[in-house]
Design a protein around this ligand. Structure first.
Ligand SMILES: *Cc1c(COP(=O)(O)O)cnc(C)c1O
Length: 379
C-alpha cells in the first residue's frame, strides 16, 4: 500500500511565541531533547529490567522515583500515562462501582471520565459563578458532610488544585484538613501545578496527588505522576497473584520509553523552576494589568491571578469581529503575523493564555501586540 504524506512538521515553538496554556509547561529543556533522541526506540528503558519498571537501575528509574517522592513530599510515587490515568487508577482501586465520590465544580473533563469509567456517581461542589468561578472550601465541606450523612461513607474526595479554565488556585492544605477530619481519602489533581509550583503532600495531608508530565513537568509525555501516602500503597499498588512482581493497577508496567526518559532528564530543571514560581506569578500579574488597561478586556477568575493560566473576557475583540472583513479570525491572524500563536482561531468572546517561562521582553511584546491590534481596529 501507499501512504499519504502525514505532514509531520511543526516549528511552532522554534518560530513563534506560543500562548497555549496547555503547552507552556511541557516545553523540553535541552537535556530532555537529548534524552528523547537517545530513548526514542520502543521499550528503550527496558535493557536492564528485572521485572519491575520502577526498580530499573539503568537508567536510574528507581532513584528518580525516590527523588520525585522527596520533591512532592509523598511516600510512594509511580509514573502513569497522564493525570487522567492516575485519577482513574485511584478511583478504580479505592471505590466500587456505584459508589459516590465528591469533586469540585471546576474539575477537568478527565476527572468526570475517569469516574464514569470506574462506574462512580459524581457529587459536585459548584463554583461561585461569575466572575470569580471560585471553589469555596466551606461549601466543599458542607457537601462532603451531607454526602456522608446520606451514603454513610465517601471513599474519595477530589479537588482540582489549579483548574484549566480560570487558573484558580485552591487551598490544598485546607482541603486536606477537611478530608482528614471527616476521614475521607483525598486526591489533589495537580495537572496544572505539579512542576510549576511547590507540592507538599505530607504538609497538606493529602492522600493522593496526580500530575501531568506533558502539561507541567517539561516532559514529552504522555506521562503522569501518581504520589500517595504509605497507607494506600497496599490498595493501589497491590501485586498480581499470578505475576507476583507486577502491580495490577499499573497493568504491570506504565511508561517505558521516551516519555519517562524526558521526565527524568527534566527533573533538575523542574526542581529549579518551581523555586522561581513567585516570580512567574508576578510577571503574569504584570501581564494581566497591561491587558486590562485595554477597554473591553477583563480577567476572569480570582484576582489578582495566582497562576500563569489566565482567562480574559474580551467584548472589544467581539465588537471588532462584527465589522472586520476576516470576522472572528482577525485576532488570530494578526497575532500570527507577529509570530504569536496558541489562541483559538476564530474565537473572540474570550480567550485563555499563558506566558509561563517567557522572558519579560517576550511578555511585553505579547501584551503590546494585543494592544496594537485592538487600537488598529477599534473605533
Ligand atoms: C490537562 C489537565 C488534565 C489532563 O492531563 P493528562 O496528563 O493529559 O491526563 C487533567 N486535569 C487538569 C486540571 C488538566 O488541566
Amino acid at each position: 500500500m501507499e501512504c499519504q504524506n502525514y505532514n509531520i512538521t511543526r516549528g511552532v515553538e522554534r518560530e513563534n511565541l506560543n500562548l497555549n496554556p496547555l503547552q507552556r509547561g511541557g516545553i523540553l529543556p535541552r537535556e530532555a531533547r537529548e534524552a528523547l533522541y537517545e530513548f526514542g526506540d520502543g521499550y528503550s528503558v527496558c535493557d536492564y529490567c528485572a521485572g519491575r519498571l520502577d526498580e530499573i537501575a539503568k537508567p536510574s528509574i528507581n532513584s528518580f522515583l525516590d527523588d520525585l517522592a522527596t520533591f512532592l513530599h509523598v511516600d510512594h510515587v509511580r509514573t502513569v500515562h497522564g493525570a487522567r490515568e492516575g485519577k482513574f487508577a485511584v478511583m478504580y482501586a479505592m471505590c466500587e462501582p456505584g459508589d459516590p465520590i465528591v469533586i469540585d465544580g471546576n474539575a477537568h473533563y478527565t476527572t468526570h471520565l475517569a469516574a464514569e469509567r470506574a462506574g462512580l456517581e459524581i457529587i459536585e461542589v459548584p463554583n461561585s459563578g461569575e466572575k470569580e468561578f471560585k471553589i469555596d472550601l466551606n461549601k466543599y465541606q458542607e457537601t462532603l458532610e451531607l454526602a456522608i450523612d446520606k451514603y454513610g461513607e465517601i471513599k474519595l474526595a477530589l479537588l482540582t488544585h489549579v483548574d484549566g479554565n480560570y487558573g484558580n488556585l485552591s487551598n490544598a492544605k485546607e482541603f486536606g484538613e477537611i478530608c482528614s477530619d471527616l476521614n475521607v481519602p483525598s486526591i489533589l489533581n495537580c495537572a496544572y501545578s505539579m512542576g510549576r509550583l511547590p507540592i507538599d503532600g505530607n504538609d497538606w495531608n493529602i492522600d493522593f496527588v496526580v500530575g501531568s508530565g506533558h502539561k507541567s513537568m517539561a516532559a514529552s509525555g504522555p506521562i503522569g505522576v501518581l504520589g500517595m501516602k504509605d497507607e494506600w500503597a497496599e490498595t493501589v499498588l497491590k501485586r498480581s497473584p499470578r505475576h507476583v512482581k507486577k502491580e495490577v493497577e499499573m497493568l504491570g508496567c506504565t511508561s517505558r520509553g521516551a516519555p519517562i526518559a524526558t521526565l527524568m532528564a527534566s527533573l533538575p530543571h523542574v526542581i529549579e523552576r518551581v523555586n522561581n514560581w513567585e516570580n512567574e506569578v508576578e510577571l503574569t500579574q504584570e501581564f494581566v494589568s497591561k491587558l486590562e488597561k485595554i477597554d473591553g478586556i477583563e480577567q476572569l477568575g480570582t484576582k489578582p491571578s495566582e497562576h500563569d493560566l489566565v482567562r480574559f473576557d474580551t467584548p472589544i475583540l467581539h465588537e471588532i469581529s462584527k465589522n472586520h472583513p476576516r470576522k472572528g479570525f482577525f485576532f488570530y491572524e494578526d497575532l500570527k503575523k507577529r509570530k504569536i500563536v496558541g489562541i483559538k482561531r476564530g474565537q473572540t468572546e474570550w480567550f485563555k493564555c499563558s506566558t509561563y517561562g517567557m522572558s519579560k521582553e517576550q511578555r511585553d511584546y505579547v501584551a503590546n501586540s494585543i494592544l496594537e491590534i485592538v487600537e488598529k481596529f477599534a473605533n
